[in-house]
Design a protein around this ligand. Structure first.
Ligand code: NAG
Ligand code: NAG
Ligand code: NAG
Ligand code: NAG
Ligand code: NAG
Ligand code: NAG
Ligand code: NAG
Ligand code: NAG
Ligand code: NAG
Ligand code: NAG
Ligand code: NAG
Ligand code: NAG
Length: 660
């Protein structure tokens, strides 16, 4: 076994730490030769002993003069040892890297957020065990180090730190619930910490479980093994949407097989690529000599899995799995409970040395995405108690899965300039529309436009045409309003969906807003929804006229809007009446929302209190403008004309919609 000498090395390094001087700062001095091993700190630890040892580094190309920009290739190890009397389930450690490290490889562990290596870890990183997630006790294993300790060998790149400095992490700790870690003991090339059980920690009283309790996340995926024989197993993958604004359309799920497995067959979903050559010329071909690989579903290390369309739901051959086949749609439970779950089954073939029926390793690095949906980030699979399912026979009988893992995926906020939808603001007291921010949804082509210029104010009717056709209108408007016209012009927002929020009236007892959804893509959105978060105005929400509006109890200050029956489609962009020269026409949905001022005394609509603080479309957070329309100090009569113009346009828009 190759790790034994390494373990000894790390052991020696660890031992050396303890009896070196206390006042030394690890970063400032050269690594001296390590003196012979005195009694190790690890022997005085009766909890979980975590250590990190820097092994070596070499200069990488290019060699640069500026020492803080020099890249180095480093090697280091970390170890986690269970020196306590209780088994440690699903160990998780934090290594506080601080020198712009890029982790290139790590044995026996994976990054918690499922990132592929190489990954930037310069702000520290969480690691969990793979394949060995649990650390048994010395007592239970007769001190079998293979079962009570893991050694992680890491290589990576790191920047700066002039020799003789040693690039050490800032901190090191165990992250599991119920353990407390003091500050680590740092030495020149090593650091260690002994984490003890926290006596104050009270595990939640749940039914006693053999494995870890399930976690609550925005999207919960379970990987249940429902049949296992020598060499292969049947797994059921179930996805549950738990977030009131979580959503996926045409989802693609992918993961990475770590031990050479391949998917023999699948029901309830399919893989995009069916190419047996990866198997035939790879390890599976050598081991399964008699297998006809032309019927094998997928041989990729990273398969891409998609949902089947509804019409296959009852298909005996490829469908017929409860909760399967929704054409890739997952909706929030508040919208439609029956569409908040998805499931499929697959037969997985294993390779030596994992042929043993119980040697099952779930795939790692799960990722899921959809079109115009929130971005999900998935964690590593965690072994949980077996899933219980009611027996299909109808008897009062529950069958348990053989083994179960849970993968928790959480929604991440889109980074600036990478949303999928955006918002424009307008109001009755100002005739200019504040359009979506430049490059709200990214700027792939920015050589003819300026990605950093502020978007130009628009006349209201310009919102109804595609960006390309707004240019002339925007320029004319700028002339009229004596505004500067940047050269080159600002880039488009490039969003597939945009939402206009218009304040349409403000009177003594209340106020109204009008919301318009525009779809600039070719696809239709079925069962669309939008959610509006309003910090000040929320308590005054009264009614919405042509949508179905509900307050979301789980989310603060958020109103959820969806189409009324029959209006649940947001159509795609279509050709105009003059398909050759005329502008294309976006799909639209519109409604008026009324608010009372009784519950929100002091609300100042004209100052911007009537604009939403967050807007979501199909779960995706949309980019908001950074300014509000300002009230003009001009004549009242002039101002009051504007809503009439706007209303006329919108009414026309709606009428044409209904006529279609
Ligand atoms: C050296 O590189 C660092 C990081 O790349 C940079 O911040 C710094 O300005 C550079 N110093 C000089 C003198 O070029
Ligand atoms: C580290 O954190 C800083 C500040 O939060 C952030 O700007 C930077 O992008 C982060 N770096 C990485 C590699 O995550
Ligand atoms: C299913 O999704 C595909 C795109 O992935 C789409 O072309 C098709 O129309 C959808 N089918 C139904 C019945 O919605
Ligand atoms: C509005 O939506 C709620 C929640 O989805 C639903 O219970 C209710 O029946 C809907 N009302 C109408 C009129 O569609
Ligand atoms: C399969 O693994 C289990 C536990 O890991 C072990 O007890 C059993 O002997 C193994 N069976 C074979 C045939 O290797
Ligand atoms: C899903 O994967 C297929 C095949 O790679 C690709 O054509 C499709 O665009 C993907 N869909 C999404 C929503 O990413
Ligand atoms: C997701 O969120 C839950 C609850 O907020 C948290 O316990 C879990 O660690 C998160 N998972 C990931 C992968 O971020
Ligand atoms: C312009 O686009 C290129 C790639 O297409 C990108 O690398 C560059 O950062 C963009 N410029 C700005 C200012 O966003
Ligand atoms: C709208 O823009 C498209 C694409 O640039 C162009 O072909 C069309 O002529 C424009 N129509 C009008 C009325 O400006
Ligand atoms: C709602 O707001 C309260 C207090 O402001 C906060 O404690 C709670 O976490 C919030 N809930 C959600 C789901 O954001
Ligand atoms: C829309 O117009 C384009 C030309 O501008 C034409 O090629 C296309 O076929 C038209 N589509 C439909 C559905 O009429
Ligand atoms: C309308 O609002 C914009 C943006 O806040 C502002 O620049 C403009 O001066 C306002 N128009 C009038 C007539 O006040």
């Amino acid at each position: 076994m190759s790790w034994t000498p390494l373990f000894l090395l790390s052991f020696l390094l660890t031992c050396s730490n303890v009896h070196l001087g206390f006042a030394q700062d690890y970063g400032d001095e050269a690594a001296k030769d390590t003196p012979p091993a005195p009694p190790p700190a690890q022997d005085n630890c009766d909890g979980i002993f975590v250590s990190y040892d820097f092994i070596s580094r070499v200069k990488e190309y290019p060699h640069v003069k500026n020492a803080s920009a020099q890249a180095w290739a480093f090697k280091s190890t970390a170890s986690v040892l269970n020196a306590g009397a209780l088994e440690l389930k699903a160990w998780k450690i934090f290594i506080g890297f601080q020198h712009e490290e890029i982790l290139v490889s790590a044995s026996n562990a994976v990054l918690v957020d499922g990132d592929d290596l190489p990954a930037p870890v310069g702000n520290g990183t969480y690691l969990v065990g793979y394949p060995q997630a649990d650390l048994k006790t010395s007592i239970d294993t007769a001190n079998d180090l293979t079962q009570i300790e893991v050694l992680i060998e890491m290589t990576g790149t790191q920047f700066g730190v002039k020799p003789p400095g040693v690039p050490m992490p800032k901190t090191l700790r165990l992250e599991n619930d119920g353990y407390k870690c003091p500050a680590p003991t740092k030495k020149k090339t090593s650091m260690h910490v002994c984490c003890a059980r926290d006596p104050k920690f009270k595990a939640k009283k749940v039914k006693t479980t053999k494995f870890l309790p399930r976690l609550h996340g925005d999207l919960s995926i379970t990987y249940d093994i429902i049949q296992a024989t020598e060499g292969n197993y049947l797994a059921q993958v179930t996805m549950e949407n738990n977030h009131p604004l979580g959503r996926l359309d045409h989802w693609n799920l992918t993961w990475e097989w770590m031990r050479g497995e391949f998917i023999y067959s699948m029901k309830g979903a399919y893989t995009h690529k069916k190419d047996p050559s990866d198997c035939i010329y790879g390890a599976p071909g050598q081991y399964y000599k008699d297998l006809d690989f032309s019927t094998v579903m997928n041989c990729e290390k990273k398969p891409i899995i998609s949902d089947l369309p509804q019409d296959r739901a009852k298909d005996e051959k490829v469908g017929n799995i409860p909760n399967c086949c929704k054409n890739g749609t997952l909706l929030p439970t508040t919208m439609d409970k029956t569409k908040s779950k998805a499931a499929f089954q697959m037969q997985v073939f294993k390779l030596p040395p994992d042929l043993n029926r119980t040697a099952i390793y779930p795939p790692q690095r799960w990722k899921i995405n959809g079109i115009l949906n929130p971005d999900y980030k998935c964690g590593a699979p965690i072994r949980v108690d077996p899933t219980e399912t009611a027996d299909p026979s109808g008897l009062d009988l529950f069958s348990e899965s053989i083994a179960s893992w849970q993968i928790v995926c959480n929604i991440t906020r889109p980074k600036s300039k990478s949303s999928h939808c955006c918002v424009s603001f307008s109001s009755f007291y100002n005739d200019s529309v504040i359009p979506c921010n430049t490059c709200s949804c990214g700027c792939p082509n920015n050589d003819t436009c300026n990605p950093n210029a502020r978007a130009m104010l628009l006349p209201p009717e310009a919102l109804l045409v595609p960006f390309d056709n707004r240019t002339a209108k925007a320029k004319a408007w700028a002339h009229l309003k004596h505004q500067h016209i940047p050269n080159p012009l600002p880039c488009p927002d490039n969003c597939g969906v945009s939402i206009n929020w218009h304040i349409s009236s403000d009177y003594r007892k209340g106020w109204t807003a009008r919301i318009t959804l525009f779809n600039w893509e070719d696809v239709n959105f079925e069962d669309w929804f939008t959610a509006i978060q309003m910090n000040k105005a929320f308590p005054g929400y009264q009614n919405v006229y042509s949508f179905n509006g509900t307050r979301i109890p789980e989310l603060n200050k958020t109103i959820f809007f969806q189409g009324l029956p029959g209006l649940t489609y947001l159509m795609g962009e279509t050709n105009g009446t003059d398909p050759i020269h005329g502008p294309r026409v976006p799909g639209k949905q519109q409604s008026v929302i009324s608010f009372s001022k009784k519950q929100t005394p002091g609300i100042n609509i004209v100052k911007g209190d009537g604009f939403p603080t967050k807007v979501f479309f199909n779960g995706e957070e949309c980019a908001l403008p950074t300014t509000f329309p300002k009230p003009s100090d001009g004549h009242q009569s002039h101002v009051s004309l504007v809503p009439i113009i706007f209303l006329t346009i919108m009414t026309f828009v709606l009428m044409t919609d209904y006529l279609q």
